[in-house]
Design a protein around this ligand. Structure first.
Ligand SMILES: O=C(O)CCC(=O)C(=O)O
Ligand SMILES: [Fe+2]
Length: 344
């Protein structure tokens, strides 16, 4: 079958065959059937690759660029400035995470804490991040904004961006509701609170000779929540495990798209219908005579069902031939458990 999307693959040989590119424009169509079709495409992609590129998402270009610019400005601050806003606990999951503090590895999935500790020492992730949660002045946990003029801009830019990404998540859930044939509005009630996590990432520029073979910018891992919305700059380096071959394929940056992937909680929620896929960030390709890998910036928005909700296999993902594989779990507990085993 030749569709516009198939042709996209042919016209752009760098686009990995196994990660579909889906046009999101119909998300707000007045034609119900178009929304159902889009929902089915997403379900298809999430049940195979576990990853998609979405184009024509409702994300303002200006706000996206501002977020990247402000993120760069933050990471350019002194180490003292950033460490002053240090990440404190998995429950809060807010603040600055300096290089080497997070080690992502396939071992995390089975929770081998001793080996993870060792790996952290020999091949830490070469990145720093800043974690932002829902802004809630009366909540138990507070975002960690710098207390200066830059801090004000950092806060307003990040919160505006947070809000737009939350809305995209809500729209994706509405479409998945169609795609999974769930009762009308079923998933809506799980995404009212915006209990998500905005992560700004900086992979510093690094001399070729100091980067050993084992060092990854981010080790292979699966994400923990429901879905992740990822924006990458044009440097490259993101790789995704191909569901057909088991080999890593390049998730080549495509301008003005959002990469969306399934997390572990979504896989569990769908009784393993959706696939939470391993991915990693490796050194980008540079020519022989270049001595330095350039810096890379990305922005990940990790979505979760409302923290106080109980996640049980979705009714349309279970039947006699395919019984429930998982018991109920609270969204917050699931996340805290996973985050606790990842950070030093
Ligand atoms: O930087 C990227 O492109 C990916 C980051 C990522 O996978 C993560 O933070 O979970
Ligand atoms: Fe990830």
């Amino acid at each position: 079958m030749t569709t516009a999307e198939n042709l996209d693959h042919l016209c752009n040989p760098k686009l990995p065959e196994s990660i579909p590119l889906i046009d999101f424009s119909d998300y707000n169509s007045t034609d119900l059937q178009k929304k159902v079709n889009l929902g089915k495409k997403l379900v298809d992609a999430f049940s195979t690759a576990g990853f998609v590129y979405l184009k024509n998402c409702p994300l303002d270009n200006f706000d996206r660029d501002e977020m990247f610019k402000t993120s760069k400005e933050f990471f350019a601050k002194s180490s003292d400035y950033k460490v002053n806003l240090e990440w404190e606990s998995a429950e809060s999951n807010r603040g600055y995470v300096q290089q080497g503090r997070e080690k992502l590895t396939e071992l995390d999935k089975v929770g081998r804490a001793d080996e993870i500790g060792l790996l952290r020492q020999v091949s830490p992730d070469i990145k720093e991040t800043f974690e932002i949660g829902k802004e809630n002045p009366n909540g138990k946990f507070q975002n960690r904004w710098p207390d200066d003029e830059f801090g004000k801009k950092f806060k307003s830019t990040s919160l505006k961006f947070y809000d737009q990404m939350h809305k995209i998540n809500v729209e994706i859930m509405k479409l998945l509701n169609f795609g999974l044939d769930l009762p009308e509005g079923y998933l809506d009630s799980f995404v009212t609170d915006g209990d998500n996590n905005l992560r700004l990432l900086h992979y510093p520029s690094v001399e070729k000779k100091t980067l050993s073979k084992e060092n990854k910018r981010a080790g292979a891992h699966c994400d923990y929540g429901s879905i992740t919305l990822l924006l990458q700059d044009m440097s490259g380096g993101l790789e995704v495990k191909d569901y057909k071959t088991g080999e890593y394929v390049k998730a080549t940056p495509i301008a003005d798209t959002i990469v969306v992937n399934v997390g572990d909680m979504m896989q569990r929620w769908t009784n393993d219908k959706f696939k939470s896929t391993l991915h990693r960030v490796v050194k980008p390709y540079i020519s022989e005579d270049e001595t330095t890998y350039p810096a890379r910036f990305s922005i990940a928005y990790f979505c979760n069902p409302n923290f106080d909700s109980i996640i049980e296999c979705l009714p349309t993902c279970v039947d006699e031939g395919n019984p429930k594989k998982y018991g109920p779990i609270s969204s917050f507990e699931h996340l805290v458990e996973r985050l606790s085993s990842t950070y030093a």
